[in-house]
Design a binder for this molecule. Structure first.
Ligand SMILES: N[C@@H](CCC(=O)N[C@@H](CS)C(=O)NCC(=O)O)C(=O)O
Length: 205
């Protein structure tokens, strides 16, 4: 299996961390999205949306990080993606929430407070920061409450749900995410940061 990836990306991180955690043999192919490689015709044949990551397994190709995670975790028996329907529904619930809601606040704060200064494309837009901060608080309150009595999101054990939701905290510090009043999120994320797969996929430099 070959993972086309862009290491600084939280979407890449989710998929790559699952492969590492399960010790799956994967080949890595760097796609330099800063140089526009995602728009090359050969790459667009793999993913017509021109985004990373993509997984290629023989003549099977899948894009969207969540689908890649599920495909990877289906290769071997494991507790990240258990067989039973209720566990899977709960995991997909959190993965759906991450893509639809959690990312809205986290992604915008990451962009405004971290990516813009880093790439010299302007100052953070205060209105966007305020809008994203409100979304962040609304969603973080739900996550914090859920984690108050558990160590992990589903089945009280590490699952794909944790990798998905944790990915958006990759840049929590430089993105100035207001996590001060969410002790259970902080404690849970500290547990995720202990995982070798999470440490190995941390952005460099
Ligand atoms: N929903 C997609 C999002 C993928 C995505 O936005 N990837 C970004 C990197 S974080 C990308 O490749 N962007 C390149 C571009 O938009 O040109 C997923 O979960 O895989």
């Amino acid at each position: 299996m070959k993972l086309y990836y862009f290491p600084p990306s939280p979407n890449t991180r989710k998929a790559h961390a699952v492969a590492l955690h399960l010790q799956l043999p994967i080949e890595l192919q760097f796609v330099n999205i800063q140089q526009g490689e995602q728009h090359q015709p050969e790459y667009r044949q793999l993913n017509p949306t021109g985004r990373t990551p993509v997984l290629e397994d023989g003549d099977f190709v899948v894009w969207e990080s969540t689908a890649i995670m599920q495909y990877l975790a289906s290769q071997v028996p494991n507790t990240l993606w258990p067989e039973d329907a209720k566990s899977r529904a709960e995991i997909v619930r959190w993965q759906s929430w991450q893509l639809a809601h959690w990312l809205q606040g986290c992604g915008t704060l990451q962009y405004e407070n971290f990516v813009k200064p880093l790439t010299n494309i302007g100052e953070p837009d205060p209105q966007e920061v305020e809008r994203a901060t409100q979304i962040f608080h609304k969603e973080a309150a739900v996550l914090n409450e859920h984690l108050a009595e558990r160590d992990f999101l589903v089945n009280n054990t590490l699952t794909l749900a944790d990798f998905s939701v944790a990915s958006d905290l990759t840049y929590a510090v430089p993105g100035r995410f207001p996590l001060e009043n969410y002790p259970h999120i902080q404690a849970w994320y500290a547990r995720i940061e202990q995982l070798p797969a999470w440490q190995k996929t941390a952005p460099q430099g």
